[in-house]
Design a protein around this ligand. Structure first.
Ligand SMILES: NC(=O)c1ccc[n+]([C@@H]2O[C@H](COP(=O)([O-])OP(=O)(O)OC[C@H]3O[C@@H](n4cnc5c(N)ncnc54)[C@H](OP(=O)(O)O)[C@@H]3O)[C@@H](O)[C@H]2O)c1
Length: 822
């Protein structure tokens, strides 16, 4: 049962509508949804191509695909599709808003080299069409289909998105009118020729504005309809017609992201921006602790500009003189960066020849994608450019020297330093606003960042310390064992650039915690990163038995080899005190210091066991899962009543887990507490993480990951860019869900030898909330009966997702135990 709950949403009887499904990414999405068993309504404005596509897909015999004509800018088309879906299916489960036009004509030659200047002919009419298709099309489709989506058990909307522009980032105060207003004023500025003046993007313009509008609208819909899991996605740079078949990914590969979102498990987060299959951020705010080195040829103007940036909120700006046409100046600037910082994270090329303002420019983006070996291609761009400039050769030459060769030389000089960065990037720049956008897009600088890691002397904690230090973070490695802690620090200090200090800390000891807090306050006056990692298992692990566990939580059942023994009351108390109260006291104590940081992060190391579903007690699931009404008192009360039931021998009676019980309860408390803190302190990016099944002492060195590999997740969360989502549960580096409730649309076939008992059991399961259960008689000792049953599954569903040999597990769901279905 645990397997069914945490598994993917069943695709049986799920209906999806995909817009512009006849070609490219849309076609890839239709194909992959159909191969997952989803009934797909492939729509396109081109009837012939649509019918053709469906015909081709129907070659796969188990695909269930229908074509429906749809132009997303035509409201009559949309209502006719909605009528069709309503009559035929009475609900819609998945809506993929994929239709888009580029708002101009793709220049195939340029799109190989320039990621931005790939459209020409961006007329007002095309801009209007682009906005109508991408933004208003998505909006009208969503509005029309919301009633049908609300009739689904697990509705999903996902929207492929291509561009992140920070325009409408304030989700708390966002309204539809604001988005519409942005779109309207863009179109009116376009008509009046005021695009440049009013700081709109000036290339791919309608495309960018409409995609930003879609992204913002998605967040709004996610907030307004919590029952519909609504996310948006940048599918990658994809080889489709729109990109002139250039790009890093095939449509098939790129379809994986949207399909993943369409099939997300219930309880998954909504309103997020995905960059391919990873969560990214729509709003990345300024003053993130990124240090900006502003350069200019003219010292006076440069200093003035730096001052202005500071006033506008970018606190950490320094000026350095640089003439990009002077090669010795470039070399000495590179030397300065090397000596001062040892690395460079972001290079923004914006050489400002006065010619740029007259519209004569080669964009610095050329170098972003420039394959340095490909001299021939480079030369042809340069020649093209020159041939357009015959009338004023000198100006052209100066412009080229500054904008192109200058950019190239600076880039080449700084490439070694960019390679020393964890995430080096080169960006293009047009104006002050995009400086902000560019710098904020990068990772938070690790310079002068202070981290505290608990339980840092060994295992996962030690590797987290190591990786943070290698990113340039000052690490305070803490542990309750002084000798081991000092030993660990001595070893890490072998890396000369690591800045690691030991501090003694038992997370169960409040005097220890206060003394650490005093030390951090006096020495650094702030804390940037708190990693609550210290943990104990609450019993003795039987490593022989653990071998069969193999990282799969569903193997935890009684009959499947309990690998933990000696779970005494004292150990349960220690486990809860370390894992939950340790995390809580640390967090409470350090919040004031975290609030003094510009980019504070809390990372709580939880476990897969820290998912709510592993506490079978339904009323606890409801109470602790309800983030809107969650309080610290409720979490503490859960922990208290667990300990009291443990003492009184009432674990089974009151529906607690009975194996790994203290570990599960303490980790669930940590996960819930994470959500609470994230909500209470929006300025602190707080997330929790299951690091994977890791080879450390706690697992007797068994596991699928080394501690070094597993540390990547917590470190990623510690270094998340500003504006990243908070309050999430990560399963390694991917977002997962803390609350995954039963009846997720998974169809369960319950089998038993005895028909009467089987039917009764199925009925009881239905009453307990698992709506989609059917019974089939099966005697597992009868081979012909087994063959018949297999035939039944094949004919009815064509596939099987999960096979549970025994459903009697004491751990995950209590109803099974009550039923005693043997
Ligand atoms: N390994 C896995 O597969 C796995 C899976 C899911 C979650 N986790 C979680 O990952 C975290 C790290 O575990 P691990 O695998 O690295 O286990 P580990 O090798 O046993 O390390 C546990 C660390 O926690 C420290 N610790 C325990 N009680 C403490 C206390 N009262 N105060 C301060 N430090 C204390 C230990 O310090 P001493 O050296 O002084 O004993 C040790 O450094 C734990 O929260 C665990 O629950 C691990």
């Amino acid at each position: 049962m645990a397997a069914t709950i945490s598994g993917p949403v069943s695709c049986l009887s799920r209906i999806a509508v995909v817009t512009r499904g006849a070609r490219g990414l849309g076609l890839g999405i239709c194909k992959q949804l159909a191969s997952n068993g989803v009934k797909v309504v492939l729509t396109d404005k081109d009837e012939e191509k649509g019918l053709d596509a469906v015909e081709k897909l129907k070659q796969f015999p188990h695909f269930d695909i229908t074509f429906h004509h749809l132009n997303v800018t035509d409201s009559t088309n949309i209502s006719s599709l909605s009528e069709f879906i309503k009559t035929k299916f009475k609900k819609l489960d998945i809506l993929v808003n994929n239709a888009a036009v580029p708002g101009g004509i793709i220049d195939r030659e340029k799109s190989g080299i320039l990621s931005n200047i790939l459209t020409t002919g961006e007329t007002y009419e095309r801009a209007e069409e682009c906005v109508s298709t991408i933004y208003y099309g998505t909006k009208t489709m969503t509005e029309t289909f919301i009633p049908l989506l609300l009739s689904s058990h697990s509705p999903r909307i996902c929207i492929p998105n291509k561009s992140i522009q920070k325009e409408i980032g304030d989700i708390d105060n966002l309204t539809e009118e604001k988005i519409d207003g942005m779109v309207r004023s863009f179109l009116s500025d376009f008509k009046e020729g005021d695009l440049r003046k009013n700081d709109w993007p000036t290339s791919l313009l309608a495309y960018i504005v409409s995609k930003v509008a879609v992204s913002a609208y998605t967040r709004l819909v996610a907030k307004r309809y919590p029952a519909i899991c609504t996310n948006y996605i940048h599918p990658g740079f994809v080889r489709t017609e729109m990109t002139g078949n250039l790009g890093a990914l095939s449509a098939e590969e790129a379809a994986r992201g949207p399909v993943m979102l369409a099939l997300l498990p219930d309880g998954s987060p909504s309103g997020l921006f995905y960059d391919q299959t990873e969560v990214s951020s729509f709003t990345q705010l300024a003053s993130t602790g990124v240090r900006v080195i502003l350069t200019a040829r003219d010292e006076k103007r440069g200093l003035e500009a730096a001052e202005k940036l500071k006033q506008s909120g970018l606190s950490d700006v320094i000026f350095h003189r640089l003439d990009v046409t002077d090669s010795s100046g470039i070399a000495s600037f590179a030397e300065f960066v090397k000596i001062s910082f040892g690395k460079l994270d972001i290079l923004v090329n914006c050489p400002s020849s006065h010619l740029m303002r007259r519209g004569v420019t080669i964009d610095a983006e050329i170098l972003n994608n420039l394959n340095i070996e490909s001299e021939k291609k480079t030369r042809s761009i340069v020649m093209d450019f020159l041939s357009n400039l015959k009338q004023n050769y000198e100006m052209g030459e100066e412009c080229l020297k500054t904008n192109f060769y200058g950019t190239r030389d600076v880039t080449q000089a700084l490439i070694p330093l960019l390679l020393s960065s964890n995430s080096g990037r080169i960006q293009k720049l047009r104006n002050l606003r995009s400086i902000m956008a560019a710098t904020i897009g990068g990772p938070v600088s690790c310079l002068n960042r202070i981290a505290v890691v608990t339980g840092g002397a060994r295992g996962l904690g030690l590797r987290i310390c190591k990786q943070l230090a290698s990113n340039g973070v000052k690490v305070i490695l803490t542990d309750k064992d002084e000798e081991k802690g000092l030993d660990a620090v001595a070893k890490l200090k072998q890396f000369p650039h690591f800045d690691v200090t030991f501090h003694h800390l038992n997370v169960m000891n409040s005097t220890n915690i206060a003394s650490l807090s005093d030390f951090i306050k006096t020495t650094f006056k702030k804390l940037d990163i708190l990693v609550n990692n210290a943990g104990v298992a609450g019993g003795i692990i039987d490593h022989e038995k653990l071998k069969v566990f193999d990282g799969k939580i569903e193997k935890l059942g009684k009959s499947a080899n309990p690998f933990i023994i000696g779970e005494t009351y004292e150990r349960a108390e220690e486990c809860v005190s370390t894992n939950y109260y340790g995390t809580k006291t640390m967090t409470e104590t350090f919040i004031p210091l975290l609030l003094s940081s510009q980019s504070p992060r809390i990372v709580n190391v939880t476990s897969l066991c820290g998912k709510l579903q592993y506490i079978p007690n339904q009323s606890i699931q409801k109470e602790i899962g309800d983030i809107d009404n969650l309080t610290e008192g409720k979490i503490d009360e859960m922990v208290r009543s667990f300990l009291s039931d443990f003492k009184e021998g009432n674990l089974r009676k009151n529906n607690w887990p009975t194996s790994l019980s203290a570990y599960i309860v303490s980790k669930v408390a940590v996960s819930a507490y994470t959500r609470l803190i994230a909500k209470r302190y929006p300025a602190i990016c707080t997330n929790c993480i299951h690091p994977g099944f890791v080879r450390t002492d706690i697992t007797g060195d068994l596991g699928t990951l080394s501690a070094e590999e597993a540390a990547k997740g917590p470190v990623m969360l510690a270094l998340l860019p500003d504006g990243s989502p908070s309050g999430l549960f990560y399963d390694q580096t991917e977002v997962s869900s803390f609350t995954q409730l039963a009846s997720s649309g998974v169809r369960v076939i319950l089998t038993a030898r005895d028909e009467k008992r089987g039917l009764e059991a199925a009925e009881k399961l239905k009453q307990s909330g698992l709506s989609d259960v059917i019974f089939h008689r099966l005697d597992v000792t009868d081979p012909s009966g087994i063959a018949l049953f297999a035939e039944f599954v094949k004919i009815s569903f064509g596939k099987l997702d999960i096979l549970r040999k025994q459903i009697l597990f004491q751990l995950p769901i209590v109803e099974c135990r009550k039923l005693d279905a043997s």
